[in-house]
Design a protein around this ligand. Structure first.
Ligand code: GLN
Length: 195
């Protein structure tokens, strides 16, 4: 699938942004890392990678990213937070010690499945990307504990835990879609930039 979306950015302050850039380039998208606020004007969509949300939040505040990011989202730029990125874009994160962008009307609980050793993989049913299950890698993953009224659930675990959601042009996933070869969630996200 060719994605005519202009340029996609990946916040490159910390975490696995290189893997996202590789996935995007693999589907023919012009992708670059973003580290300074003014670079947000040069991209048409932004992914916030997994990593450590406290570090991403602290650096984003230091670099002056947060106000500019809010401005770009108001202008309609799609943003997708994966794992730590989902924490960073949530409006509500109990006990988070550092700034977050607070974009999406969800409550996200950090490290909700236990410590590093409790990382796990699951084949998830994600109807929005088609009938084939999506192999999802969870690493010290957060869960989406509450979704606001404008938020659509994209995927749940068997016990009903929400692990992927969308609100307009904002998307959040608890897991790491950049660590598998399946680019369907990246394509879904880029379709928000076109739509
Ligand atoms: N536990 C991390 C945090 O709170 C997120 C882990 C990840 O992004 N893989 O930031």
């Amino acid at each position: 699938m060719t994605v005519a979306t202009g340029r996609a950015g990946v916040l490159g302050l910390q975490g696995d942004f290189i893997e996202h850039i590789r996935t995007l380039r693999g589907i023919g998208v012009d992708a670059a890392d973003v580290r300074r606020p003014e670079q947000l004007d040069e991209v048409d969509a932004l992914i916030i990678p997994g990593g450590e949300s406290t570090t991403i939040g602290k650096l984003a505040a230091q670099y002056g990213i947060i106000p500019k990011l809010r401005e770009r989202v108001e202008q309609g730029m799609p943003v997708w937070g994966t794992c730590a990125g989902a924490i960073f874009i949530a409006k509500d994160v109990p006990r988070h010690p550092h700034p977050i962008a607070g974009l999406m009307d969800i409550t996200v609980e950090r490290n909700a499945f236990g410590r590093q050793v409790d990382s796990f993989e699951r084949d998830l049913d994600v109807p929005a990307i088609g009938p084939e299950p999506f192999h999802a890698v969870f690493i010290r993953a957060p869960l989406i504990a509450r979704t606001g009224s404008g938020v659509e659930v994209l995927a749940k675990l068997d016990d009903g835990t929400v692990v992927a959601a969308r609100q307009g042009r904002l998307m959040a996933t608890s897991f790491h879609p950049e660590l598998t070869r399946d680019a369907r969630l990246h394509e879904l996200f880029l379709s928000l930039a076109r739509g």
